[in-house]
Design a protein around this ligand. Sequence first.
Ligand code: AMP
Length: 463
Amino acid sequence: MDSSFDSFGLARPILRAIESRGYTTPTQIQVDTIPLILNGKDVLGCAQTGTGKTAAFALPAIQQLIANEDDKSHRLRVLVLAPTRELAVQINECFEAYSRHTNVRQTVIHGGVGSMPQIQRLRKGMDIVVATPGRLLDLLDQGHIHLDDVQLLVVDEADMMLDMGFIDDVSKVVNSAINRQQTLLFSATLPEEILSVADQWLNIPTTVNVVPDAIPIHLIKQSVVYVENINKDLMLIQYLFATPRARTLIFVRTKKDAERVAKNINLVNLDALPLHGNKSQGRRRKAIEAFKSNEAPILVATDVAARGLDFDNISHVINYSIPEYPEFYIHRVGRTGRAGAKGEAISLCASHERYHLQQIQALAGISLSVKQWNFDDFGNFPQLERAHQRRKKTRKPQEAIADPETLDRQEESEQSGWVKGKKKKKKKKKKRQSRVITMDDINSKAAHKKAAGKFAPKKRSLD
Ligand code: AMP
């Protein structure tokens, strides 16, 4: 197999763009998929983020557009659907980069921002549109976009569309692109439902599966720390302080967790930002940019908000909560250790999460080493001490609630989960008083017992 970009027969302007991106060798999914797409085949691609799958469909899509050089109408001929705004923007940026030496025009359409600028861009004529399904359907209903000329339709991250409940919207779009000649569907996993829609949408597809090679998570240093939910924030912060890290991505289960954990990390002057679906588009973009530029080297994200986003140089992935599905674990952990770099993934596992952790280990074929985290292991942290002192001096009354050193323990356990909430009634009557958290608090059996009862497994929530 001659695995060079030249061997695909891509046009010179595309090869120049590839060169300026610094790609020398095509990735596996590119080797497998680009020739199929150029040959007009429908493709069902099972590939995860980080495999180079965007280029795998974007490069042949641009090639097909410029192959017909006479067509200068800028009719919408390539439509790409993505589940989130961030992913849509990221994919559009790739199209922009790969088509920069051509006359191909592309734009991105997503919700969360005004539609007028998008409508105005569409009016100019766009060869390629990358869109999230909801806004696209709105514009379709309002007659601002027509899919009659779409020749190539790409559905990216199909399983995520399914998880987010978008599959009916996607179906409507797919059925509106009635004249399409080619359909590509990419999904990180291939559950029954995806195979079923693939059956309806694709025409005798070729299946390309690059999952095992794409994320060699067995090469990433992975471990588990058994710690109850109630103690996770404090343990995590101690760990973050003690560990030399580059970018750190922390995965949480809920939006509320993302907010609280980021807030608590910031209390000790480590820069963290939350990323979840309740944030406005602008704030999400800012969080991503701050993370990428290292302005905020810690990102606390939900699976849905972070899925598919392309971050380099992540040294540590921390599973603040254990994902309920092994695929999610693989997605999360696969964010580190990319391109041969060293990576470490640590999972914080409470009693009620042990079942999921066992399932992950069994299904992913891995065995996590167990780490013991005690305060002793972290030694003395003058930075932590200084940060707390600084905070104490400048804090406003309401900030005291999240201050680990001065918390009323009942409020603390209810509002931030820092430490256990023992002797609630007595404490309620007492005036707020200063109290230093001790190792006993963290390792107390009572706290563990309480947490085990309090945090029963809940229904799956994606974002
Ligand atoms: P994706 O899976 O499309 O999100 O791509 C993951 C990352 O790999 C992105 O940063 C791409 O720019 C990069 N990439 C894609 N193809 C190649 C390649 N052939 N060589 C090196 N990097 C690549």
